[in-house]
Design a protein around this ligand. Structure first.
Ligand code: DQA
Length: 139
């Protein structure tokens, strides 16, 4: 079982960035906990601030991995190109958000990606990623 987590722009600053919204934990610490919790699942991690690099990663893993959990950050609300990449691959993709985007500014209420995804998880803090993995890995 192989799952790819993809984090988009500004999510390299988790634990530093707007802590009241995104919390105090950096992603690498959280990832370590996830890997310990699910030893039978191979969890790969990729972060990029660059739209095209995110698309390249979706293409790279999207025909061989069992699932992708993506937090595309602000590209969620703007990127037709990432939506097209998700629609183009065979691997199921779950869109996740740390914050409850529906409680925030209106421009965060719309996702360009959601219609191409298996499902969307938002508002559970870092736990949103774990919930995505549990669904994809069926555990
Ligand atoms: C986010 C929500 C987005 O609106 C925002 O641009 C982010 C993070 C979240 O995880 O809550 O960068 O995807």
């Amino acid at each position: 079982m192989k799952i790819q987590i993809i984090n988009g722009p500004n999510l390299n600053l988790l634990g530093v960035r707007e802590k009241s919204i995104y919390g105090n934990t950096d992603f690498v610490t959280y990832l370590d906990e996830l890997r310990k919790r699910y030893p039978t699942v191979e969890i790969d991690y990729y972060q990029s601030n660059v739209e095209g690099e995110i698309i390249n990663k979706i293409h790279e893993v999207g025909f061989s991995y069992d699932g992708i959990v993506i937090n595309a950050g602000a590209y969620t609300h703007t990127s037709i190109a990432i939506a097209d990449a998700i629609a183009a691959v065979k691997t199921p993709v779950i869109e996740v958000h740390i914050s409850n985007v529906y409680k925030r500014e209106e421009f965060r209420h719309h996702s360009m990606l959601a219609a191409s995804c298996k499902g969307v998880i938002a508002g559970f803090g870092m736990d949103s990623y774990r919930l995505g993995i549990e669904n994809l890995a069926n555990i």
